[in-house]
Design a protein around this ligand. Structure first.
Ligand code: NDP
Ligand code: MG
Length: 393
C-alpha cells in the first residue's frame, strides 16, 4: 500500500525537497494534497507533476487564480477554499502522512489537526512546536499521532536515542545540538547593524527559506531548536546544549550517562532527514551523495559567542519562565524578522525586539487551548510590532 501524503507548504524549500524524494519512489508514496501561500505558478507545476486530489492557497484571490489555471490545463485537482482548508487536507480520512513544512505559527492549526487525526506527522515547521509546547505534545499523545522530526538536528537526535523511550531518563545524560554559526560567525559584531537581507539569507551550506535563513544568521534558529528539542524529547532545559560546528557534517549528538557520545553524520542536504522520516523505520534512498571521508576537510567545533548571538540564551530563559513564554518569543521573532526582511529594522535590533517583548508580555495563565495560544501569539505580535517602531529605519 502506498502512503498518501499531504504536503503543507509544498512550494517552499522543505516542500520541494520532499517532492523530490517522493518523485524517486512512485511505488511507495502518492500525493493527496499540496498547499502554498502565494506562489500560484509553482503550485500549478506541482499539481501537473503529482496530480493531487486537493490544492490549497492561503488567500481566496490566489485560490481563484490557481483554480482558473488548473481548469485551463485540464487538471482535475480541486482547489479547497475555506478558512480551515489546511486543517481539512491535514486530517482527511484518506491521508496517512502529513509533511508540516509551512513556515511560522501559521502552521500550528493544520499540524495540530493532523495530530488530532492520529496521522503520521513529519514536522519541519519548528515554530508550530515552539508555539504549541505542552499542548502540542499532549495532543500527539492523546490521539496516537506518530511525530517524526524533520529538522536535521532533531532527526539526528531521534536516530541516536535508544529506541525504547522509557529508558531515556536512566540512560541519556544530555543532547548536544550542532549549529553552523551562520554567515556572520566571524564578522565584526560592531558591523551587524549594516547587514542587508540578501547577506543574511546567504547561508554558507544550505539554501533555505528567507525566514529560517535570517534565524540562522541571528542563531534564533538554534534558540527555537532548543525549545523544539525540549518538547520533542522531553528533556529538561539544562540537558540541552549547543556547540558551533561550521562544516555541518555532524548533525547533532546524544551523550549517555557513561559519557559515550553518539552522533549522526551526513552530507548537509535536507532530503536525508526527509527521507528518514518518510520511510521510518525503514530506509529509502534520498538522492543525496554519501560522505566521502577521504575528501573531507577537518571537522571543527567551537563555543557560541554570546555577544555576537545574544538571542541564543533566550530559549533557556523562555523555557524556565511561565508556560506560554515560548509562544511570545516566537511571535516577537516572526515580527522582528519580517521587519528586517522588509528593511524596516536593522539586523542587530532583532534580538532587542525579542528581549523587550519577553520583558513586556509575561503570560499569566497557562494557554490551555489552541484559541488561547493563538490569542497569546496575536498579543505578542502587537507588542513586538510596537516595540520594533523604536528602531524603524
Ligand atoms: P519556505 O519559506 O521556503 O517555504 C514555506 C512554505 O510555506 C511555502 O510553501 C509557502 O508558500 C508556505 N507558507 C508561507 N507562509 C504561509 C502561510 N501564512 N500560510 C500558509 N502557507 C504559508 O520555508 P522553508 O521550507 O525553508 O521552511 C519551512 C519550515 O521548515 C520552517 O518552519 C523552517 O524553520 C523549517 N526548516 C527548514 C529547513 C530548510 O532547510 N529550509 C531546515 C529545517 C527546518 P509560498 O511558496 O507560496 O510562499
Ligand atoms: Mg535545523
Amino acid at each position: 500500500m502506498k502512503q498518501r501524503l499531504t504536503v503543507l507548504g509544498s512550494t517552499g524549500s522543505i516542500g520541494t525537497s520532499t517532492l523530490d524524494v517522493v518523485r524517486r519512489h512512485p511505488d511507495q508514496f502518492e500525493i493527496f494534497a499540496l498547499s502554498a501561500a502565494t506562489q500560484v505558478d509553482a503550485l500549478l507545476a506541482q499539481c501537473q507533476a503529482f496530480t493531487p486530489r486537493y490544492a490549497v492557497m492561503a488567500s481566496a484571490a490566489h485560490a481563484a487564480q490557481l483554480a482558473d489555471k488548473l481548469k485551463q490545463n485540464n487538471l482535475k485537482t480541486e482547489v479547497l477554499q475555506a478558512p480551515d482548508a489546511l486543517e481539512t487536507i491535514a486530517s482527511h480520512a484518506e491521508v496517512d502522512t502529513v509533511m508540516g513544512a509551512i513556515v511560522g505559527a501559521a502552521g500550528l492549526a493544520p499540524c495540530l489537526a493532523a495530530a488530532r487525526a492520529g496521522k503520521r506527522l513529519l514536522l519541519a515547521n519548528k515554530e508550530a512546536l515552539v508555539v504549541g509546547g505542552a499542548l502540542f505534545m499532549q495532543t500527539v499523545k492523546d490521539h496516537g499521532c506518530t511525530l517524526l522530526p524533520i529538522d536535521s538536528e532533531h532527526s539526528a537526535i531521534f536516530q541516536c536515542l535508544p529506541e525504547d523511550r522509557s529508558t531515556w531518563a536512566q540512560r541519556v545524560h544530555s543532547i548536544i545540538l550542532t549549529a553552523s554559526g551562520g554567515p556572520f560567525r566571524q564578522r565584526d559584531p560592531a558591523t551587524l547593524g549594516q547587514v542587508t537581507p540578501a547577506q543574511a539569507c546567504k547561508h554558507p551550506n544550505f539554501s533555505m527559506g528567507r525566514k529560517i535563513s535570517v534565524d540562522s544568521a541571528t542563531m534564533m534558529n538554534k534558540a527555537l531548536e532548543v525549545i523544539e528539542a525540549r518538547w520533542l524529547f522531553g528533556m529538561a532545559p539544562e540537558q540541552i546544549r549547543v556547540v558551533i560546528h561550521p562544516e555541518q557534517i555532524v548533525h547533532s549528538m546524544v551523550q549517555l550517562q557513561d559519557s559515550s557520545i553518539l552522533a549522526q553524520l551526513g552530507t548537509p542536504d535536507m532530503r536525508v532527514p526527509i527521507a528518514c522520516g518518510m520511510a521510518w523505520p525503514e530506509r529509502i534512498s534520498s538522492g543525496v551523495a554519501p560522505l566521502d571521508f577521504t575528501q573531507m576537510a577537518a571537522l571543527t567545533f567551537e563555543a557560541a559567542d554570546a555577544v555576537r548571538f545574544p538571542g541564543l540564551h533566550l530559549s533557556w530563559q523562555a523555557l524556565k519562565a511561565p508556560e506560554g513564554t515560548t509562544t511570545v518569543l516566537n511571535a516577537a521573532n516572526e515580527v522582528a524578522v519580517a521587519a528586517f526582511l522588509a528593511e524596516r529594522l536593522p539586523f542587530d535590533r532583532i534580538q532587542a525586539v525579542n528581549q523587550a517583548t519577553l520583558a513586556q508580555l509575561v503570560p499569566h495563565e497557562r494557554p490551555a487551548s489552541v484559541a488561547a495560544l493563538l490569542d497569546l501569539d496575536a498579543q505578542a505580535r502587537a507588542v513586538a510590532a510596537q516595540i520594533a517602531q523604536r528602531w524603524v529605519v
